[in-house]
Design a protein around this ligand. Structure first.
Ligand code: UDP
Ligand code: MG
Length: 349
């Protein structure tokens, strides 16, 4: 294995065939200007569009490239996690492979790291080419998370960031299944700072984050870092209890003054019943979200399954935590086991 590089660039890839060459060229330009050593780790998150072949082709030409291929699509946050597990640089840079995070910003992240910061996140000063809806929902999302979580997650930052190896070491120990990487990096602490950049439009293909996935991601973010949704229930229940006392008194008064039939109708009862039931079901849903995640964590399945790697030995031993969480022992350049290879060879005559 080659010596440890100074920088590890981690890029998750899910069907980005048309972006990879330009992305690689841009990384090359940005990193070679530093004059230091680096590796580029592509995490192939179950690509089905020829991205895999493109990555291998690039990796054959440049031995600083590594490819980790998942057995299926595990999702963006998990792909980033695998990249961090395998990265061996002194600083690790997370970046999308669709050119929305311009590699040209990397030297500015590096400069801050050299000033002594452990995490340098890239703040989106402006976004180009996103729909109005995506802009508004993102704005609300980041502010909501910032407000209700217990840690300081900066607004308008995605996963585009640089982290020191000592931050990555802590992240590797955090094996939670519903991952909100930007929150997890904030949680670690040390010295963190931001650098502003303009988020570009995607140069090819379309977003892999449709509305449904964004909502699921937001739920993961909130439940990972806040118990606020559980805690507001107590306030709502107190308000409702007070209200019922008040209403009881008012109705009793009215009946004493105007006679028995006052408020005798069923409409009020039905409306109230429906309203309260919907409240209760809503909070059952919220509790359910936490319960399901607790189940998910206790089951403790591996975070991802690696089908093959290129340009890598096994993940460094220090990156593999107990309980078989990182399925990297499977990682060999060729995914076929000895036996299958033999069978295949025999069959081929
Ligand atoms: N991605 C991934 N797995 C997924 C979805 C996305 O590895 O299941 C990658 C994708 O290839 C890209 C990055 O994560 O490099 C960000 O995804 P995308 O550009 O679709 O999200 P957006 O920028 O629209 O929020
Ligand atoms: Mg994108």
């Amino acid at each position: 294995m080659t010596a440890r590089p100074t920088y590890s660039i981690v890029a998750p890839v899910y069907n980005e065939a048309g972006n990879l060459r330009r992305f690689y060229a841009a990384v090359l330009e940005a990193l070679d200007s530093t004059g230091e050593s680096w590796e580029l780790i592509f995490v192939d998150d179950g690509c089905s569009d020829g991205s895999h072949a493109r990555m291998i082709e690039l990796a054959r030409q440049d031995e600083r490239l590594r490819v980790i291929s998942f057995a299926r699509n595990f999702g963006h946050q998990i792909a980033v996690t695998a990249g961090i597990d395998y990265a061996s640089g002194d600083a690790i840079i997370l970046i999308d492979s669709d050119m929305q995070d311009p590699p040209a910003v990397i030297p500015r992240l590096i400069a801050k790291w050299k000033d002594g910061y452990d995490v340098v996140y890239a703040v989106r000063a402006r976004r180009k080419g996103e729909s109005r809806w995506k802009m508004i929902s993102a704005k609300i999302f980041y502010r909501l998370i910032h407000r209700i979580t217990d840690i300081n997650i900066p607004v308008d930052t995605g996963d585009f960031r640089l982290m020191d190896a000592r931050v990555a070491r802590v992240l590797r120990q955090m094996r939670e299944h519903r991952r909100f990487i930007r929150g997890m990096t904030s949680w670690v602490g040390y010295k963190q700072t931001g650098v502003e950049y303009v988020r570009e439009r995607r140069i090819w293909g379309e977003t892999k984050y449709p509305l449904g996935k964004m909502i699921a991601f937001a739920l993961d973010a909130v439940t990972s870092f806040s118990f606020f949704p559980l805690q507001i229930m107590i306030y709502i229940s107190l308000i409702l209890a007070l209200l019922s006392l008040l209403v009881g008194l008012v109705i009793s008064g009215l009946r004493l003054a105007f006679g028995e039939e006052f408020f005798g109708g069923q409409a009020t009862t039905i409306v109230l019943l429906l309203l309260l039931s919907s409240f209760q079901l809503f909070f059952l849903f919220i509790i359910g979200q936490y319960v399901a995640r607790t189940y998910d964590e206790s089951r403790d399945r591996p975070l991802y399954v690696v089908a093959s790697t290129h340009g890598l030995d096994e993940a460094p031993a220090e990156n593999q935590r107990g309980s078989g969480n990182v399925a990297s022992r499977l990682a060999k350049d060729d995914p076929m086991t000895e036996r299958r290879r033999k069978v295949a060879g025999d069959a081929g005559g």
